[in-house]
Design a protein around this ligand. Structure first.
Ligand code: APR
Length: 246
């Protein structure tokens, strides 16, 4: 059965925009932000993910992200079927596929996707607070770490967009949303802006808007259709349908 054709009718699909959130990486063993009553790995998220937190307690913030980085680089965390299927969809060349992710992990890239926009930064990067230069960073980051640009201790911070900071790639993201004809939101609670508003932008530009989430979200009513399944189940269904496998 052509599941998507039934949903979208005569709507033609060539240009696909995926918005992913923490839920897509849950089946890879990474915790989401809000599933544990606002506690992220036993911390209040504002305590570890804000410029004020970094100013008041840099050691805690460095260590928090060091633990996340070590976990991401361990053998335990690998891309799941949702990441891999999205990589296959892009590689098929049948569609233009852009992934806007709120996630700071690298699992979309490990799953084979190339067009990935990390709007909230990347765990495997560090940024100099004086020059803005960004470095690939696989080791622990501390107040003793030095950047190659100014060689001064304490100038490097995780390249993560914290609460109150401006997300990355907003100009490119706007264009992607204007150009897409299928928008798929996967594993995000729809509570954090501007990402929560992307469905409205895509919809206004004429896209068919799908959501994959096993639980009700804050902006569910804005989507044309919700697949209330996990990311792996939902993505396999959609991608196999788009690639005419099922
Ligand atoms: N598959 C798909 N979705 C899932 C799964 C799963 N297996 N398990 C849980 N989810 C859903 C939850 O139902 C929830 O809606 O994933 C969502 C996770 O929501 P949040 O924890 O709020 O994560 P996210 O939406 O990515 O958060 C947005 O908030 O703290 C900031 O910067 C941080 O990027 C983050 C942003």
């Amino acid at each position: 059965m052509d599941f998507l054709k039934e949903l979208t009718g005569s709507h033609s699909i060539k240009n696909i925009c995926v918005l992913s959130g923490a839920g897509i990486s849950k089946e890879s063993g990474l915790k989401t932000f809000r599933d544990q009553n606002g506690l992220w790995e036993n911390h209040d998220i504002y305590e570890v993910a804000s410029p004020l937190a970094f100013k008041n307690n840099p050691t805690l913030v460095y260590e928090f992200y060091n633990q996340r980085r070590r976990q991401l680089l361990s053998d335990e965390v690998t891309p799941n079927a949702a990441h891999i299927k999205l990589g296959e969809l892009e590689a098929s060349g049948e569609y233009t596929v852009n992934i806007i992710t709120q996630n700071v992990d690298n699992l979309h890239e490990s799953g084979g996707s190339k067009n990935v926009y990390h709007m909230h930064g990347e765990l495997l990067k560090a940024r100099c607070i004086k020059t803005g230069r960004v470095y690939q960073w696989l080791d622990d980051l501390t107040g003793e770490s030095r950047c190659e640009c100014c060689h001064t201790k304490g100038n490097l911070r995780p390249d993560i967009v914290w609460f109150g900071e401006v997300p990355h790639h907003l100009d490119e993201i706007q264009q992607i949303l204007l150009d897409c004809d299928l928008f798929i939101s996967i594993g995000t609670s729809g509570l954090v802006y501007p990402a929560a508003n992307f469905v409205t932008m895509a919809k206004s530009a004429g896209a068919y808007c799908l959501e994959i989430n096993p639980h009700p979200t804050n902006n569910a009513q804005l989507f044309d259709y919700t697949i209330d399944k996990t990311a792996t189940e939902g993505v396999i269904k959609i991608v196999e349908n788009l690639l005419h496998i099922s």
